[in-house]
Design a protein around this ligand. Sequence first.
Ligand code: DQA
Length: 139
Amino acid sequence: MLNGPNLNLLGKRENEVYGEFTLQDIENEITKLVEDYGYRLDSKQSNHEGELVDILQAADGEYDGVIFNPAAYTHTSVALHDVIKAISLPVIEVHISNIHSREEFRHKSLLASVCYGQIIGFGKQGYRLAALALLPEQK
Ligand code: DQA
């Protein structure tokens, strides 16, 4: 699981948009979910675009898939588009909020077209739905 900029502030950031839960709460929940299916979760967060690119490059061949909330870089990053296209891992784009009901600059994702799928607007439940979509038993 990979989370982009400012998601380390979950729990104290715009609670009316992002809820009361923390990134640690999500990590705990998704770890437990995937372990019930015999998988392991690694979780990383970075505020830096290049570091997210490095993490995705290094993940290729090491993991079965990526649950990715690219946060603000969703709307700006050609570098993340390119790396998701370059690697062979299924990447699921997750957004806690419904980006389409917010400011216009959030309506466009530069990443959706190269992702395996997109889950938007279901709060932290989106991470759970993404994990279920990646687990083979769910297919
Ligand atoms: C977000 C939506 C993005 O537009 C925003 O920049 C974020 C969080 C979400 O999870 O709803 O930081 O990715």
